[in-house]
Design a binder for this molecule. Structure first.
Ligand code: 5AD
Ligand code: SF4
Length: 463
């Protein structure tokens, strides 16, 4: 059944209207998003569907329909969701017409479903990562009665192309190019909850980028768990660098970003395409995870310390003004202080512009969860602080290099703290704050980076 099916939306609209008559106002809906850029993009689709059904979209969890789009990559993400569910349950006591839904990665875990069934009986709707396109139908059922609806698919081969989308920003957008992951890094739950790798047809991706450009989008962020293996498994598929070249041809698109690159699949062709490109941003997020070859092997990352460092060095030689950022896990089973020394060694030799540092979280069902040499929490925290210190020191050093230079910035929003300033993003992903007003939002301007504040700049607009 196609979700672009007008009958479903007509039915949803009727029910939302009836809901509104009962309330004496237009019913409100909120989507609360956890986790990565993929989830953020999915939420734009969920909001698009809710808007089309007739809800007034707000950001508060007290909405008449609240949907949590969950993440399960680390356990603290799960705990947060339970905390929020407690809050939503409180709202539902005061507003018995309220509907509460859950979707996203966490829902693909059977233990989570059991827990919700037994401890959060007030939840109305649960669906997973493979059937988000069925949301309009679930919404209809949900509005018709107050029981718990659960529909989790083990896998999904359908890629739905025509969902309504409500973008958070008018001038930039995520674009899914592939779904799922085949890498099975031993700590990671993603391949289990997002399923096998599936690439979207290049023509569909290009069409979407063209449409976005027509709507005024100047920056696209191509999204996939491992964009470097884009196209594998597609009949007459093109490679990721070829896809980038096609998107580069779209006139209105001024900036292209992508996420995430697995180092094992990063090709010379990609480096050369990035080097030649006028539009691909000077930023590469290249997750390291650990600098210890011993741990990398146990993590099933398919590269060692030396290979990674050589690759990063080569990229910096080819594209000197590129920003390299990374993900690092501390406290993986069997990690010793010497392994952490290796990680810090890589931080110092690659000179990351920034890094996300995570404490290892044991995920049930992954191979690493069964390893016997789990690291005690106190030790992980101690080592985490060492890594964080090294990352921050390096980030400050790298940011200082560009002080005084003039660069292009895409102005994204008003500064949160100072209404006389706007905030923009440089090609290398750094943030600059500069005097300006809302009329600049969405435009690319030249900015002199007057002062480096460590992780951001203060600047001014120049012609
Ligand atoms: N524990 C801690 N961090 C993890 N990541 C993935 N799985 C885990 C885990 N079990 C991190 C990796 C990945 C990022 C998105 O999340 O660093 O690159
Ligand atoms: Fe997880 Fe590894 Fe796949 Fe990234 S590449 S999503 S870390 S399994």
């Amino acid at each position: 059944m196609s979700v672009d099916n007008n009958d479903i939306y007509n039915k949803a609209q009727e029910l939302v209207k009836a809901f509104g008559e009962k309330l004496g106002r237009v019913p409100t809906a909120a989507v609360i998003t956890f986790g990565c850029q993929m989830n953020a993009r999915d939420s734009e689709k969920l909001i698009g569907i809710l808007r089309k059904a007739g809800f007034c979209i707000i950001e508060e969890e007290s909405a008449d329909f609240v949907l949590y789009n969950t993440c399960t990559v680390r356990d603290n993400a799960n705990q947060k969701v339970y905390g929020h569910l407690g809050i939503a349950g409180g709202f539902k006591k005061k507003n018995p017409n309220m509907r509460i839904g859950l979707c996203g990665c966490m829902m693909q875990e059977p233990t989570v479903i059991e827990k919700i069934k037994s401890s959060y009986k007030f939840v109305n709707l649960i669906f997973g990562t493979h059937n988000i396109h069925r949301f309009p139908e679930y919404l209809v059922s949900c509005l018709e009665q107050d029981d718990m609806i659960i529909d989790i698919w083990k896998e999904g081969n359908e890629i739905e192309e025509n969902l309504p989308v409500e973008r958070k920003y008018s001038f930039k957008s995520g674009v899914n190019i592939m779904f799922g992951c085949n890498n099975f890094c031993s700590y990671c739950i993603v391949p289990y909850v997002r399923g096998r790798e599936r690439s979207r047809d290049a023509r569909e991706i290009i069409r979407e980028c063209e449409r976005l450009a027509d709507e005024g989008v100047v920056e696209v962020m191509l999204l996939g768990q491992n964009v470097n293996s884009y196209g594998k498994g597609l009949e007459n598929g093109i490679s990721f660098p070829e896809l980038l070249k096609e998107i580069e041809k779209i006139e209105g698109i001024k900036r292209i970003r992508f996420m995430t690159s697995h180092p094992k699949d990063l090709s010379e062709e990609l480096i050369q395409v990035m080097k030649e490109s006028k539009k691909i941003c000077k930023h590469l997020h290249l997750p390291l995870q650990s600098g210890s070859s011993k741990l990398l092997k146990r993590m099933n990352r398919c590269y060692d310390k030396e290979q990674y460092v050589a690759l990063a060095k080569h990229i910096r030689e080819e594209i000197p003004d590129i920003a390299l950022t990374t993900d690092i896990i501390v406290g993986f089973p069997g990690e010793t202080p010497e392994d952490v020394d290796d990680t810090i060694d890589v931080i110092n030799s690659v000179e990351y512009d920034n890094a996300f540092t995570f404490i290892y979280s044991k995920r049930t069902g992954t191979p690493a969860a069964a390893y016997e040499d789990q690291v005690p929490e106190a030790e992980s925290h101690k080592q985490f602080n060492r890594v964080l210190e090294a990352v921050q020191q390096m980030a400050r050093k790298r940011a200082g290099i560009y002080e005084g230079q003039t660069m292009e910035a895409l102005i994204e929003e008003m500064n949160e703290n100072d209404p006389t300033l706007v905030s923009g993003r440089l090609s290398n992903n750094m943030i600059v704050h500069l005097p300006g007003d809302a009329s600049l939002i969405g435009s690319i301007v030249n900015v002199k980076l007057n002062e480096c504040k460590g992780f951001y700049y203060l600047g001014e607009r120049v012609e």
